[in-house]
Design a protein around this ligand. Structure first.
Ligand code: KIV
Ligand code: ZN
Length: 555
């Protein structure tokens, strides 16, 4: 039955590229965003919220490219996903959102305004009556441009339900086709949130003709529970992000909602269009691109989610996997299959396996990945799918390189001072060599890199992860950096405070974790340099926030 008429179908609205990208350090390049959008389409999400086009020219352009390229993709006979752009309830924002999404086969404008007393009084400085008028005016305007309009009363979780019924009723009359109910600050409990949705469905005039959606934040660790409570109460769209990334403590995680609905189907009786075997892959991609590691005990996608450590558990598992396993790891794409490619394998076999994993490479990219693959196969006997995905993230989807690693040598141990010598290739092809000491080899390498690039940087996070088991495992490093506080004037272009506090993530993979660490650090620095308009002395078009700070939206 088509989703549009199936009352038991829950639409998955993914906001990784909008609310998720707003989380500290989650900044992705346009190429990365496009790749994530493609992976989301393959995953089978119904709606991709591709960004907030009015935020900056770069955001606009990223949404526009996603609308054009992913919004017209027909995967395996499926309709292309709806591509949605966020807009505050202003003409300028709505117009920008429409211009960014209109080339998609199925465009959507998502507009919002706050309805809680605290937001209306202190943030908007508007009376409730003015808010209602604005909703009518802006939803009508959005609907005059686009047939698919979503409206959200921001901070609905702390809004007066009676007021919400009025606002939402007017939004429907003005043409909204989806009403999204956000618990913006993650304040409600599951009972309260379920009751809020039930009340809206019962009391909002015209609600039977629209889809009710839920959008929860995880400040109290209740986002998944609240979303499920909203679905139980009748919501048929869930707004989620991969790995639960998002503003502050994050958003509801896609994988938790989808797997809860699937695993407990007898309880919910509801389905989604998600191909769950793609989950792990998208999770890793988002973690690699954002530089935000997934905590090992994270439900569904954490490294330990399917690990059984205790003797009693292992014994039970050997006797019958259902003793301690409620989902098969294969269901979410955790495969223990090893790629039977070794150093004698050819390019065709590699291309075929990558295609099975969903990567469609140009001949030029294949040459690069094949070269890395061969070098890895020299060091490591078996190469898993996870190794290949780490290579892809490392080799293909890296930010534009301003500085690249050309050589690294370290001396460390108990007998002397940890020292690193780093050779970088600069933006004009020039070579820089620098040696430095540090408290350890990574610190020494980062110090040498800092001395070459000469911009004050604060390292906020550093995480190492072994991609697979074994002593020959590929090591993956993710880092998060930002300009060192209070040094905005050192930056190539003067920055606003908001721009300077922005953080950048980087990812690197190598069998040598010091090399992986240096690559991750350089990837983050390259993102930062490009975003802040550093082009190695070659003036190019102004960067996104060099000319004006990125607009703030909301959680
Ligand atoms: O959390 C929130 O209120 C939002 C809205 C824009 C839906 O992200
Ligand atoms: Zn939000």
């Amino acid at each position: 039955m088509p989703a549009a008429v199936d009352k038991n179908y829950v639409r998955i609205f993914d906001t990784t590229l909008r609310d998720g990208e707003q989380s500290p350090g989650a900044t992705m390049t346009s190429a990365e965003k496009l790749e994530v959008a493609r992976a989301l389409a393959r995953l089978g999400v119904d709606v991709i919220e591709a960004g907030f086009p009015a935020a900056s020219p770069d955001d606009f352009e990223a949404v526009r490219r996603i609308a054009q390229e992913v919004g017209n993709l027909r995967e395996e006979g499926r309709e292309p996903p709806i591509i949605c752009g966020l807009a505050r309830a202003t003409r300028g924002d709505i117009e920008a959102a429409w211009n960014a999404v209109k080339s998609a086969a199925r465009p959507r404008i998502h507009t919002f305004i706050a309805t809680s007393e605290i937001h209306m009084k202190h943030k908007l400085r508007m009376d409730p009556e003015e808010v209602v008028e604005r909703v009518i005016e802006m939803v009508s305007y959005a609907r005059s441009l686009c047939d698919d309009v979503e409206f959200s009363p921001e901070d609905a979780g702390r809004s007066d339900p009676e007021f919400l019924y009025v606002v939402l009723g007017e939004a429907i009359k003005a043409g909204a086709t989806t009403l999204n109910i956000p618990d913006t600050v993650g304040y409600t409990t599951p009972d309260e949130f379920g009751a809020l949705i039930a009340g809206i469905i019962e009391n909002t005039p015209g609600v039977e003709d629209v889809i009710v959606s839920v959008h929860c934040h995880d400040d109290l660790g209740l986002a998944t529970a609240n979303t499920l409570a909203g679905i139980m109460a009748g919501a048929r769209q869930a707004e989620v992000t991969i790995n639960g990334i998002g503003e502050r403590a994050g958003n509801t995680s896609l994988e938790e909602i989808v797997m809860a609905l699937k695993t407990r189907y007898p309880v919910f009786g509801l389905t989604t269009g998600i191909d769950t075997t793609q989950i792990m892959r998208v999770s890793r991609m988002v973690s690699n691109y954002t530089g935000i590691p997934v905590q090992p005990n994270k439900a569904i996608v954490g490294a330990n989610a399917f690990a059984h450590e205790a003797g009693i558990h292992q014994d039970g598992m050997l006797k019958h996997h259902e003793t301690y396993e409620i989902m098969r790891p294969e269901m979410v794409g955790v495969t223990r299959t090893r790629l039977v490619l070794g150093k004698h394998s050819g390019r065709h076999a590699l291309r075929a396996r990558l295609a099975e994993l969903g990567y469609d490479l140009s001949d030029e990219d294949l040459v690069r990945v094949f070269d890395r693959f061969k070098r890895l196969a020299d060091k490591k006997k078996t190469i898993t799918d996870a190794d290949l995905e780490a290579l892809m993230a490392d080799e293909i989807y890296q930010p534009r390189e301003v500085f690249s690693l050309d050589g690294l040598q370290v001396a460390c141990g108990t007998m002397g001072m940890p020292t690193a010598t780093v050779r970088l290739r600069g933006p004009n092809g020039e070579t820089h060599i620098q040696a430095a000491v540090g408290t350890g080899p990574v610190h020494a390498a980062y110090t040498a890199i800092d001395q070459i690039i000469g911009i004050p940087v604060e390292l906020l996070e550093f995480a190492v992860n072994a991609v697979t088991e074994g002593i020959d495992a590929l090591g993956e490093v993710t880092v998060r950096v930002r300009y060192a506080n209070g040094r905005a004037d050192d930056v190539v272009n003067p920055q606003s405070e908001a721009a300077v506090s922005r953080t950048f993530g980087g990812h690197g993979a190598d069998t040598d974790i010091i090399v992986a660490s240096a690559k991750a650090y350089l990837a983050a620095l390259n993102k930062m340099l490009v975003a802040y308009g550093y082009h190695g002395g070659e003036p190019e078009e102004p960067a996104e926030i060099a000319s004006g700070e990125r607009q703030a939206t909301t959680g």
